[in-house]
Design a protein around this ligand. Structure first.
Ligand SMILES: [Zn+2]
Length: 277
């Protein structure tokens, strides 16, 4: 049930649940969300560079309610780059994401990996990101509407945000819809299993990258990840499927081979695009 919600605007998906979608969904082009509670808003992820998060932050400000919390679904720069746009919000993150935020930003690697944003990375380097203020180390209700659920698969420290009353969940990069998942720090087998839980959480799923979807899109991603596991590092062994029309199809090499360099930590960039074969 892929939905055609407008992009680069605060779109109300359900009562008091907004999405800010970026078209495409390739590397560095992620989505964000906003959930309204009585005390103010919870922001889910913050995108990467100023041209992305500045209009988002202005739109959230225009809601004219306090910006209470940011929940970071994981530590990748295209989700945490805009934390400084919300200076008074608590920053909720997994211990793994918190550790990433405390490290030096590998700007040169970002420039290499996401060259389309090369010029904006200097601004990001100067600005920096905010540290976590609250650690998510177990399932918790942050507000009457917002639950956070620790997970893993895309990274070791994923967090899913669930708004049960609206039947909407934000699984971050555990879901890529219409775009090949980036799994350099992931575990495709564990990730596919985790998606079994995601489909049970809510009917409407806001992915980290790509358009809003539901169970069908999650099942396609799950099938793809399992095909990658079965391919045992050989991209040519991945059978035809809906993934053939996804963006960034050069990624299977990264997916297939990732389990052998899962331990590479933040400096995965060096190995992010291994040559096939
Ligand atoms: Zn990610």
């Amino acid at each position: 049930m892929a939905q055609s919600a407008p992009s680069r605007t605060l779109h109300e998906l359900a009562d008091g649940v907004y999405v800010w979608l970026q078209p495409g969904g390739e590397s560095g082009v992620s989505n964000a969300g906003v959930i309204v509670d009585d005390d103010g808003v919870t922001i889910v992820d913050t995108m990467m560079v100023r041209s992305q998060w500045e209009p988002f932050a202005e739109a959230v400000k225009a809601l004219d309610v306090p910006m209470r919390r940011i929940v970071l679904t994981h530590g990748h720069i295209d989700h945490v780059g805009g934390t400084k746009a919300f200076p008074h919000a608590g920053v909720f993150a997994s211990p793994q994401t918190s550790a990433v935020l405390d490290q030096h930003m590998p700007i040169d690697a970002y420039k290499t990996f996401m060259s389309a944003f090369e010029e904006e990375f200097d601004d990001l380097a100067e600005l920096g990101t905010r540290p976590a203020t609250h650690l998510i180390d177990g399932a918790a209700s942050l507000t009457p509407r917002v639950e956070v659920l620790p997970a893993s698969g895309h990274t070791e420290g994923d967090v899913i945000v669930l708004v049960a009353d609206a039947d909407v969940c934000f699984p971050g990069d555990l879901c890529f819809f219409g775009v090949t998942p980036l799994a350099f720090q992931g575990d495709p087998a564990k990730w596919a299993d985790m998606l079994e839980a995601v489909v049970d959480l809510a009917d409407t799923i806001v992915p980290g990258h790509g358009p809003v979807g539901g169970e069908r899109e999650v099942r396609e991603l799950q099938a793809y990840l399992r095909a990658c596991v079965d391919a045992k590092g050989d991209p040519s062994a991945i059978p035809p499927g809906p993934w053939d029309s996804w963006l960034e199809r050069e990624r299977p090499h990264a997916v297939c081979e990732c389990s052998s360099w899962k331990t590479s930590g933040r400096w995965w960039f060096v190995n992010a695009w291994p040559t096939p074969g």
